[in-house]
Each structure stands twice: as structure tokens, then as C-alpha cells.
Design a binder for this molecule. Sequence first.
Ligand code: COA
Length: 386
Amino acid sequence: MKIGIDKMAFATTDQYIDLRELATRRGVDPNKYTIGIGQDRQAVVPPTQDIVTLGATAAAKLLTPALAKRISTIMVATESGIDNSKASAIYVKHLLGLNDFVRTVELKEACYSGTAAIQFARGLVAFNPQETVLVIATDIARYGLNTPGEVTQGAGAVAMLISAHPHVLAIEPTTVAYSKDIMDFWRPLYATEAIVNGKYSTNVYIDFFLQAFTRYQQLTGQTLADFAGLVFHLPFTKMGKKALEGLLGDRTDAVAQRMRQQLHASQVYCRQVGNLYTGSLYLALMSLLQNGQVKAGDRLGLFSYGSGAEGEFYSGIVQEGFTTALNDIAADLKTRHQVSIDQYERFFNGRLGMKSADRQFDLSHDRRPFVLAGQQNHQRIYRRQK
Ligand code: COA
């Protein structure tokens, strides 16, 4: 039985900043951001958007009324939790208007947990092939204003349906997970921004990739030549290049060139949006499927990484019909508008954060389908606008 990703959809906010403008404001050479880090634009998050509204928006793009009735479980993978107890999946389920006989849960392990959700969903579908599981990887990457990590922020959600009728990617049985207790990035309960040892985390990422990929090859007998392309978790596009070059070294043969070209195709949307934490690998997959040289039957390798740290390498076979099973991301990104660095900083400081006071946001400037209207009696108030 094939099990895998049946449909995918991506959603981000309506606003972005140009990173050349941010570089100028921070007194940095713009080439450092666009070439050294590999990012051009970054999603800006107004206070009226959060992981719930972004996740619901992505999911609404792929759900038809018939599909909505088939959802048995919603798993929200995030490291931008809005509550220490209640799962964001319950809010998402309510906003989507799904029936109450649905299991709802939230998962956490930094940027990795979207992959854990997919693997758990595979198990549920294997138990009962009638089930369709909705996995949503949704995050707001925040490092703080004027910090080294600021250029690697971003926001967005990728929603995926996991079923026994995959039209995007049939996941293959062998997967390699690898975890170690490492302090490269973490966010204590009292902090709104992460504590990060950025350079260390890039080195751990590369090491975990090489460990997991080597083991995958030992277990399957496959080599790089068996893959049409590799897809990486992209906290910033240069990270994927560092990992791939760590594997290729000075290789210039046809397989190595193919891997470099496909990596380039997988980076297109990340360059425009920034880091999605849990969703970044899956936005890279969508980017490769829409911008790369990929056809049904091709094998793709996926490397997932979450600080703390956990990595996983797994593979899947591209399915017939994948082009129509994804939303048109290039078209959606064209509808965004640029905001100034001042506006971005006001939004950055204006969100609910850890404050307990009641607040009511002005919704007149947010035309997204789902909005966070404010906070009342310690409860977040969400609205469906369309
Ligand atoms: N033109 C072109 N490239 C330039 C440049 C310029 N004027 N100035 C610097 N660069 C290059 C550097 O050579 C470096 O390239 P390299 O990594 O290939 O060596 C790159 O830009 C970054 O500059 P550097 O000064 O080394 O980094 P930084 O101190 O600004 O921090 C991160 C970069 C990624 C570590 C930081 O943004 C961060 O901490 N991000 C969050 C953590 C993260 O995303 N970790 C990833 C694993 S999950």
C-alpha cells in the first residue's frame, strides 16, 4: 500500500520587507544578506496573524467539503506555541468548521516536528487506510530586532494531507532518525525569542545530515545517483548549500550538477519568505516540485532538522498528478505588498506576546481569511472573515 502526501498548500502573510533595505538600516553590506545568507525578502507578521491563522489559511486552501469530511486527525507541528497546555490544532479545527469527531494534537521538537507528524500520520493510515490525516507545519521565526538571526526570520504554514492515495509523494519505508542532547537553539518558557548559537547550529545541522544520509545509504544500498534531487530544511537558503556541498565536496560529475540545480529550484520560495521553522523543508519540497526538473516516478530525498537536536532523512517517489495537488505559490506571493522597516518593527513589537492584559486589534487592515482579533479574559479571540 502506498502512503504519503496527497495534497499540499502554503500560506504566509500579506506583507514583506526587502532585505537590502534591512541591511542598509542595520549598517550591513546588502550582499551579506542576499549572497552570504541567501535571502531576498522576509515575511512580516502583523499582530492579527499567528500560527493558528496561518495554519488555518494553508489548510483551507487544500480542503474541499468532501475532503474535510474525511479528516480523522489534525496534527499541528510548531515551535511557536500560543499556549502551554491547549493544542493550537483545536483552534484550527474550529476555524475550519470540521466536525467534532476529529483527533487534534500539537507536536514540538524545534523545526523537526513536521516530519514527526508525517511519520505518525503514516502509522495511522497504515492502521486504517480509510483515514486522511491533516498535518500542518506552522511557525513564526523570531530572533529579535538587530540580532545576527534577524535576517533568518520568516513566517508561514504548510498544510498536507496524508493518505493511502498520495498524489504528491509516496513515502518509502526506510527512514533514519538521529537525535542528541545539544544546546544550539532553545527558547525557555519565559522568552519570546530563542537563544541561539547560530554558527554551532549550522555545523550540527551538517553533521546530522551526513550521519543520517550515510546510514540511509547503508540500509538501502542506494547512492546519490538514485535520487532526482535532495530537499533540505532551509532556515536560510545558504544552509542547504552548505549541507549539500558538505556531501559533494569537489565533485563536478553529472549527478553532483543535478543535485546543485535541484537545490537551486528548492530555494526559490524560501528566498522570498524566510524561515518557516517546521514548514521550511516542506516549502522547499513545493519549490522543487514547481521550479525544478521533476517527473512522476522520480525519487526525492528529504532532510529534516530541528535544533536541540534531531535530524531525519527519508525518501519518497513523486506521484502522477503532483502539479495539480499544490497551490500556485508564485501567484500567491505576487499579491503581497512591501512594508517599511519602521512598519516591520512596529508589528514585531505589537503582538500579544506574553502580556496578560485584554487587547483588541484593529482588523480593518487585515483581509486574510482568518484573523486574531485580540485577547479577552486570557483567551485568544479568532475570527473567520471569509
Ligand atoms: N558579501 C557576501 N557574503 C558575505 C558578506 C558580504 N559583504 N559578508 C559576510 N558574508 C558571508 C560570510 O562569509 C558568511 O558566509 P559563510 O557562512 O558561507 O562563511 C555569511 O555571509 C554569514 O556571515 P557571518 O558573519 O558568518 O554570520 P553571522 O554572524 O551574521 O550569522 C547566522 C549568520 C546564520 C549564524 C545567523 O544568521 C543565525 O544565527 N541564524 C539563526 C540560526 C540558524 O538559522 N541556524 C541554522 C540551523 S537550524
